[in-house]
Design a protein around this ligand. Structure first.
Ligand code: CP
Length: 314
């Protein structure tokens, strides 16, 4: 049976827990895992830009002793019109053990999984899912909370275009967290209400209840004309500004998947103030999230490709 990580929709608490547990074990004793994937060859095909996801998968593969290759998009036959399926079949025919794919088309990995017989790992597909981002966020949250049950998570920003939100809400709901999505009406579809998720158009009203404030990147590359009056207007209404810090609960976590548009989702002044505050007052976790990315992606690679590999249960 081929083991994939396509998304977190429907993934059980048991599967999430097993990946989290393996990530903790790797974090505590990395040396024990350094030959776990020796002899495996993992290929990364990124059809959209990435710093964190691509590099952390590569580091994770190195930690586990696997070989890692990047598909060189700009110098490939893609520029001569080779289709996506042709590219994928060509790469798999060369004998890789797993494919990590980022692509702008939502659901493209679901379509590909019927056509290939190697594990596929979703590194972000359109506005659909970004499961490993949500997993690394869970790993970071568990550093600060023993349980996510009844934890209030407020996710702020461009909900419409966010694959991070979609993966996160499935996992957080499964683990019992309460979620509120906040953003301008033009970027906040009401479809999420049917899943028991609160929505709000007023950040100031929901900030005081948040145990975790999760700021989303304003995706300027995905904005259609007219969805936002201006970035300055967005920051005035939905940015974490120095003026809004007084609304935060003591001990709140402030998270962001990166890359941060400083001055848009959070102002430089607010970021600097938060970084200077003691843990009991607030904690900015952005670097912690990045570090968790390597650990969690190593856990996932081992989970899918290692000797004690598992299928993700849904
Ligand atoms: N958070 C995230 O996916 O970052 P990259 O686009 O840099 O991979």
């Amino acid at each position: 049976m081929t083991r994939h990580m396509l998304g977190l929709h429907g993934v059980t608490a048991e599967s999430l827990g097993m990946i989290m547990e393996r990530a903790w074990r790797i974090r505590q004793n990395r040396r024990q895992y350094r030959e776990k994937l020796k002899g495996k060859l993992i290929a990364a095909l990124f059809f959209e830009p990435s710093t964190r996801t691509k590099l952390s998968f590569e580091l994770a593969a190195h930690w586990l002793g696997a070989e890692f290759i990047h598909f060189p998009l700009e110098t490939s036959s893609r520029v001569k019109g080779e289709s996506l399926l042709d590219t994928i079949l060509t790469v798999t025919a060369m004998g890789v053990d797993a494919l990590i794919i980022r692509h702008s088309n939502s659901g493209v990995l679901e379509w590909l999984k019927e056509k290939v017989d190697v594990p596929l790992i979703n590194a972000g597909d359109g506005a659909h899912e970004h499961p490993t981002q949500a997993l690394l966020d869970l790993h970071t949250m568990y550093h600060y909370f023993d349980s996510l049950k009844d934890i209030e998570v407020v996710m702020v920003g461009d909900i419409q275009h966010s694959r991070v939100v979609r993966s996160s809400i499935w996992a957080l709901k499964t683990l019992g967290a309460r979620i509120t999505l906040v953003g301008p009406p033009s970027l906040l579809p009401r479809e999420f209400e049917q899943f028991g998720i609160s929505i709000s158009w007023r950040l100031d009203e929901v900030l005081p209840k948040a145990d975790i404030v999760y700021l989303l990147r304003i995706q300027q590359e995905r904005q259609q004309k007219g969805l936002l009056p201006s970035l300055a207007d967005y920051t005035r209404q939905f940015g974490l500004t120095a003026g809004r810090l007084s609304l935060l609960k003591p001990g709140v976590l402030v998270m962001h998947p990166g890359p941060v548009n400083v001055g848009v989702e959070i102002t430089a002044e607010a970021l600097q103030l938060l970084r200077s505050w003691p843990r009991e007052r607030a904690q900015v976790c952005i670097e912690h999230q990045v570090a968790s990315g390597v650990v969690v992606r190593a856990a996932l690679l081992d989970y899918l490709l290692g000797e004690e590999s598992h299928e993700i249960t849904a």
